[in-house]
Design a protein around this ligand. Structure first.
Ligand code: THU
Length: 126
């Protein structure tokens, strides 16, 4: 499964709109019933308008009626793979389980796998 997620995330990264940072990020998100949604980062010349690849994938899935996720793979074209930023982690807090898997990858493949709880042990929740 994670091999196919890697390919999907790399493919989505190629669709990134990243003229400012030049970092191409792709995410492949899996619902609890096995459907996969991809996302890429979409930057904006008003920088705060930028949306990360993870949130694009999550918002796409939620808007299609899926709210429970078992796994996400994040690919970045940088030497060290990136964890989801804190805003993305907070979005994940809404929809991920403690045991959901998070894979971090770069162009050498998957570099790290952890649970959502390991990534974000103290999520903010109302
Ligand atoms: N970015 C992501 O897509 N995901 C993250 O979790 C961290 C940052 C994007 C946003 C921006 O387009 C570029 O990477 C540099 O911050």
């Amino acid at each position: 499964m994670s091999d196919s997620l890697y390919k999907i995330a790399v493919d989505y990264a190629s669709r990134a709109h990243a003229p400012y940072s030049k970092y191409l990020v792709g995410a492949a998100l899996v619902t609890n019933d096995g459907k996969v949604f991809g996302g890429c980062n979409v930057e904006n010349s008003s920088y705060g308008g930028t949306v990360c690849a993870e949130r694009v994938a999550i918002l796409k899935a939620v808007s299609e009626g899926y709210k429970n996720f078992s796994e996400i793979l994040v690919y970045t074209n940088s030497d060290s793979p990136w964890p989801p930023c804190s805003i993305c982690q907070q979005t994940m807090a809404e929809f991920f389980s403690e045991s959901s898997k998070v894979h971090l990858a770069n162009n050498k493949g998957i570099q790290k796998t952890m649970t959502y709880k390991e990534l974000n042990p103290y999520p903010f929740k109302l």
